[in-house]
Design a protein around this ligand. Structure first.
Ligand code: SF4
Length: 219
């Protein structure tokens, strides 16, 4: 499933393909663009391939090409969409060029389309350079999963292939992204993290000059 909406509360959310989503007016439309990711988070549904294959966000035949994604958009009334969100079973910015190409083509149709990417914040490590200038004019919001109050815990949770430098790189990405994106947000999940650790994350965000969003958790 490439395009989907989300129904239900956080933690019990269901992914609906657009055919089952009903009227799109005022809804977010999510774009699942890749199953690739440099992390292997202990909480990620991609973790066990069996689980992942049972979910329709898993691409059994590889990631869809740009044209396949655009074909999906052909029947979408963009004027009804509240926000377009790149978020799926992988790290969207693994496919930075394709994501940018898709956003450009959609914004040509609706210039005021609100666009967000939910990311692990490791795009500069993935691509070996500062890619944040590419976000300018394309993304209104970059939402980065902070996950942890320090580098060691971050690595233990995400098992990033870039190792211990990942946490600093994430923070650096957030600061650099701020130059080009109006809304840069770091996120943690309540209850998964203690109040003390959330407070550390809050201080970190204040130092970086970005907002912290504590996402609700439900089992
Ligand atoms: S960064 Fe996201 S997609 Fe990648 S392993 Fe972690 S939770 Fe899964």
């Amino acid at each position: 499933m490439i395009l989907y909406t989300v129904a239900g509360k956080a933690g019990r959310a269901r992914y609906l393909n657009l055919g089952d989503s009903g009227d799109l007016a005022g809804k977010n439309v999510y774009v699942n663009i890749t199953n690739r990711c440099p992390c292997s988070c202990v909480f990620c549904l991609r973790r066990t391939k069996k689980e992942a294959e049972g979910d329709s966000l898993w691409f059994k035949d590889g990631d869809p090409g740009v044209e396949a994604v655009m074909e999906e958009f052909a029947s979408v009334d963009l004027s009804a969409v509240r926000e377009l969100v790149f978020c799926g079973f992988g790290e969207p910015l693994e496919r930075l060029d394709d994501v940018c190409a898709i956003v450009d083509r959609l914004k040509a149709k609706r210039p005021d389309l609100k666009v967000r990417v939910n990311t692990n914040g490791l795009a500069n490590l993935i691509h070996g350079k500062d890619v944040t200038p590419e976000l300018k004019g394309r993304f209104d919001t970059v939402s980065i999963s902070l996950n942890a109050p320090d580098a060691e815990e971050f690595l233990a949770l995400t098992r990033s292939r870039f190792g211990i430098r990942s946490y600093e790189a994430l923070k650096d990405f957030a600061v650099k992204a701020k130059r080009f994106v109006p809304n840069v947000v770091l996120t943690v999940v309540e209850k998964v993290m203690s109040e003390e650790k959330i407070e550390i994350c809050r201080r970190t965000c204040a130092e970086l000059g970005v907002a912290l969003r504590v996402r609700p958790f439900e089992d």
